[in-house]
Design a protein around this ligand. Structure first.
Ligand code: NAD
Ligand code: TDX
Length: 332
């Protein structure tokens, strides 16, 4: 049993991870979350109070973080500003939460000699050609494109440096695009599902040929727990489940699963600097830690995600109007 500090545990991936830990281990969890527009207490509803406690605060608050780190056996660090489109309009907060926040945590784990797992993204590697067979591996050179991915790359570099210079016991994982319950409606898949539920048309950026490598959030969670428990400190692990799909294919599948015609979507303004393609080679994670994805059937996972949004309108409806107003301002 470990006492875990989970930063960003009221966000999409963090909340799913906390639920996974409660179901599949006997660890206890303290969640630290600033409850930005992306964090929801409701995403943690129903969890046992004797195993999960919530602390409202900023991961860049050094005093608060030092106290919490001093009180736990390991930290799993999800807290971040996570949306590329927002980072293109207002990057400052990304530097604060993603870079200064990670620095603050690193100083605390260094002082207390506490194990850290840092959550990152495949976007730090930039993008791949649409039609190449190439995939990202742990040795691919960093080449981020957006303010979001560059701040994540910066946070990864800080973790690597604190391992090497100060002997901090940290691992890093870089995962591909997640989907599943509790994802904010600003992100691609929930936006399209909730558009259809609201009688609006899905919105595809540009020609829709861009490829993302989709993984169910439950598989991301099981991989993170495996790395936390059995990964080698100082190492990076890529997480992916061979789920490459073009955005157009995803929109057409959402429409088909929701009983709408295949062409019932709009093409809107493209994202500036839009990465073409992401693809993960997760051989190291599979061979070294024996991890396997369990939710690899994308069509089934998407159907159950659609059901979740259909039955959880009270969770997403409060964010929908502001989100669409943000996109409308930018022709998206
Ligand atoms: P999200 O935006 O849904 O959640 C982020 C959470 O962090 C929110 O609860 C927010 O309130 C909290 N937060 C933000 N700034 C904070 C601060 N300064 N202090 C404390 N809490 C703060 O994001 P997500 O999609 O759940 O992503 C979580 C992590 O996983 C991020 O580090 C992201 O880079 C990484 N990741 C996400 C994906 C994906 O597809 N969603 C893929 C790979 C990696
Ligand atoms: O309405 C849309 N239409 C559209 O075509 C939206 C919101 C997005 N898109 C496209 C852009 C991307 O090619 O869909 C793709 C996915 O977009 P996002 O959901 O914004 O994800 P992405 O930019 O790929 O980044 C995501 O995966 C990696 C997460 O948001 C990051 O936090 C994670 O690091």
């Amino acid at each position: 049993m470990m006492r875990l500090l989970v930063t960003g545990g009221a966000g999409f991936v963090g909340a799913n991870f906390v639920r996974h830990v409660i179901e599949h281990s006997d660890h206890e969890v303290a969640v630290l979350d600033a409850l930005t527009y992306a964090g929801h207490r409701a995403s943690l509803a129903g969890l046992p109070a004797d195993r999960v406690r919530f602390v409202h605060g900023d991961v860049a608050d050094a005093r608060l973080v030092d106290g919490l780190v001093g009180d736990c056996d390991a930290v799993v660090h999800f807290a971040a500003e996570s949306h590329n489109d927002r980072s293109l309009r207002d990057p400052r907060i990304f530097l604060h939460s993603n870079v200064v926040g990670t620095f603050t945590l690193l100083e605390a784990v260094r002082r207390h000699n506490t194990r850290l797992h840092h959550i990152s993204t495949d976007e730090v590697y930039g993008d791949l050609e649409l039609d190449s067979p190439e995939r990202f591996t742990e040795t691919t050179a960093y080449n981020p494109s957006s303010p979001y991915s560059s701040t994540k790359a910066g946070s990864d570099m800080l973790v690597r440096a604190w391992c090497r210079s100060f002997g901090v016991r940290a691992t890093i994982s870089n995962c591909s695009n997640n989907y599943g319950p509790y994802q904010h409606v600003e992100k691609f898949i929930p936006r399209q599902i909730t558009n259809v539920l609201r009688g609006l048309r899905p919105k595809l950026y540009g020609g829709g040929r861009n490829v993302r490598d989709w993984i169910h959030v439950e598989d991301h969670s099981s991989a993170v727990l495996a790395i936390l428990e059995t990964g080698r400190p100082g190492q990076t692990y890529l997480i992916g489940a061979d789920g490459e799909c073009s955005n157009r294919e995803v929109v057409e599948l959402v429409l088909a699963l929701m009983g709408r015609p295949a062409q019932a979507y709009d093409q809107v303004a493209d994202r500036p600097g839009h990465d073409q393609r992401y693809a993960i080679d997760a051989t190291k994670l599979r061979t070294e830690l024996g991890w396997r994805p369990r939710f690899g059937d994308f069509e089934r996972g998407l159907a159950s995600t659609i059901d979740w949004y259909r039955t959880h309108e009270a969770w997403w409806a409060p964010s929908k109007e502001d989100t669409e107003a943000f996109y409308a301002k930018h022709g998206q």
